[in-house]
Design a protein around this ligand. Structure first.
Ligand SMILES: C[S@@+](CC[C@H](N)C(=O)[O-])C[C@H]1O[C@@H](n2cnc3c(N)ncnc32)[C@H](O)[C@@H]1O
Length: 160
């Protein structure tokens, strides 16, 4: 199953980009042994509309348009369900075993995701109820993807 990260906003050069790249690289190397193939990060520009609802609508529409056709869609949002790392690994494993070709995981912009995108998503997942900057979410997601692959492999990186 190919895994695509779709993010509103650019990760500029600096420590957040470096750390995110480090975990993406680990996931890209380790994931294929578990049938999880890193595809790419799609970065979308923030909407310049003056109204927050319009910005969310524009950005969510851009996310949908950018995704590989027939992707499973996971939206990251602080109001979503907060699985543990082992549950997240199980979700990925189940989608992979169901023969899904593409999984896309979407990170919103400063205003978050439009309700319409959240309701279309196959899962809305949270990294806790606190709001994190999108740069930090990119790092958390990359690390959790790598961790999930190691959990599926029974590799000792993850200790429960
Ligand atoms: C700065 S946050 C946007 C917050 C916005 N006020 C909202 O209501 O969604 C940017 C993006 O980071 C992600 N994000 C931030 N905190 C998160 C959390 N606790 N769990 C999952 N994703 C989170 C979401 O994708 C969010 O759209």
């Amino acid at each position: 199953m190919r895994v695509t990260i779709c993010a509103v906003g650019r990760l500029k050069s600096g420590p957040e980009r470096d750390l995110s790249a480090r975990y993406i690289d680990r996931f890209a190397k380790f994931g294929p042994s578990q049938g999880l193939d890193f595809n790419r990060v799609i970065e979308l520009p923030e909407s310049r509309a003056s109204n927050a609802n319009t910005r969310m609508r524009d950005e969510s529409a851009a996310i949908e348009a950018a995704l590989p056709g027939d992707s499973l869609l996971v939206v990251l949002d602080e109001r979503g369900k907060a699985p543990g790392s082992e549950q997240f690994a199980e979700m990925l494993g189940n989608w992979r075993d169901a023969g899904r070709r593409d999984l896309a995981i979407a990170i919103g912009g400063a205003d978050g995701h439009d309700e319409a995108l959240r309701s279309k998503a196959d899962a809305v997942l949270s990294f806790g109820r606190m709001t994190w900057p999108h740069q930090v979410v990119r790092i958390l997601l990359a690390e959790q993807l790598y961790r999930a692959a190691t959990i599926l492999a029974g590799h000792p990186y993850h200790r429960s």
